[in-house]
Design a protein around this ligand. Structure first.
Ligand code: ZN
Length: 355
């Protein structure tokens, strides 16, 4: 069984250091370096762990800044095999491209930094010069995390936040693709350094491209959704049957319904549905246009119902006699009933408001 490698991943800086440092302003908006470092770092961690590498995160992603001593002490105490610090650079506006640092006298660390440059190039990422820098005492490259670590240590600057071109990659419209490529390059270098064969299925997906695990997850989801759709279709079919059952009038009203259809007042659809006021109006208008008087059976049924509406009529007794004698013309009857409805509505409204 191969050795279980431990890689300390150091996501440069915390969220509480910018402003003033470790970030840039563009068009009045602040961009934090830690945001880039954390994103790339977490993608590297995902790939490395997929290959069985134990990852030790020395600076929590998107958390407050952890001191440099704490980071190197943790890696030393846990005997990490490699320490990789993830950053984005700042400098003069012209300075551009990515680069990898290692302590100049540490052979293995430089071997790893060379691999980083090799894979950055493979991913098409621009380099700063030839992409390699060597840390030493008394120089600006005297980095704590490279000097105070017991194991091989590298520090990678993934382009300059202060350069317009690099900014687009680090924080701008191209960031998703660029950050992913950075993570793949770094992870490949680290795996190569550990002599572990790189397997692409652990990398995060390209835009519009699914990893195998995402693909099977999506397939499961689609199957599940299809089952739910089938169930809903069954439910809908049951409901449709209910609707067709509702398409016959009840026995009591079958004669009247046939008459309405025969007179061209209704098309006969959905006899058991509620009717709106405007539909009532249209039906009454259609009848009024074709007839001067109501048919006898309708007079009889209106007289039956009369007691309900009588309290709202101005002269109920007079109307009852007229209806009994079938002496009422259609427009006149409609007028009386409209008056009755209006009176009733006003009465109901008053009583509701009192309650
Ligand atoms: Zn940094």
């Amino acid at each position: 069984m191969s050795k279980n490698f431990v890689c300390a991943l150091d996501y440069g800086h915390g969220k509480n250091v910018f402003p003033p440092s470790k970030g840039v302003y563009k068009n009045g908006k602040g961009y934090h370096e830690y945001d880039f470092n954390s994103d790339v770092g977490e993608q590297i961690r995902h790939i490395l762990e997929g290959h069985g590498v134990k990852v030790l995160v020395t600076q929590p992603p998107h958390g407050n800044d952890v001191g440099l001593d704490h980071r190197t002490d943790l890696a030393n105490r846990e005997k990490a095999d490699l320490f990789a610090s993830i950053h984005a650079n700042a400098g003069v506006p012209d300075a551009q491209g990515a680069c990898a640092f290692a302590w100049e006298s540490f052979h293995d660390a430089n071997k790893c930094a060379d691999l980083v440059v090799k894979y950055l190039k493979e991913q098409g990422i621009d380099l700063h010069g030839n992409g390699r820098h060597y840390s030493q005492l008394g120089a600006w490259t005297n980095f704590h995390v490279l000097r105070e670590t017991d194991m091989s240590a590298i520090l990678i600057e993934h382009g300059f936040m202060t350069n317009d071109h690099d900014f687009e990659n680090i924080f701008g419209s191209n960031k998703e693709d660029y950050r992913r490529k950075c993570a793949i390059a770094d992870a490949k270098a680290i795996l190569d350094y550990f002599n572990i064969t790189y397997k692409p299925e652990y990398q995060t997906a390209n835009k519009g491209e699914l990893s195998m695990s995402e693909y099977s997850e999506l397939k499961d989801l689609i199957n599940k959704q299809n089952q739910e759709i089938d169930e809903l279709k069954d439910q809908l079919a049951d409901k449709m049957d209910t609707t067709s059952a509702m398409n016959d009038p009840s026995d009591t009203h079958a004669d009247a319904w046939d008459w309405l259809i025969g007179e061209g007042i209704t098309n006969g659809a959905t006899p058991l549905h509620f009717i709106t006021r405007e539909q009532t109006g249209t039906m009454l208008k259609r009848y009024n246009e074709n007839n001067e008087y109501l048919p006898n059976w309708m007079y009889d049924s209106i007289v039956d119902q009369f007691s309900g509406i009588a309290p709202y009529l101005q002269k109920p007794d007079e109307w009852k006699i007229k209806l009994n004698n079938h002496q009422v013309a259609v427009p006149e009857l409609l007028g009386v009933f409209m008056l009755g409805f209006l009176n009733k509505e006003n009465t109901d409204k008053v009583s509701t408001e009192v309650e």
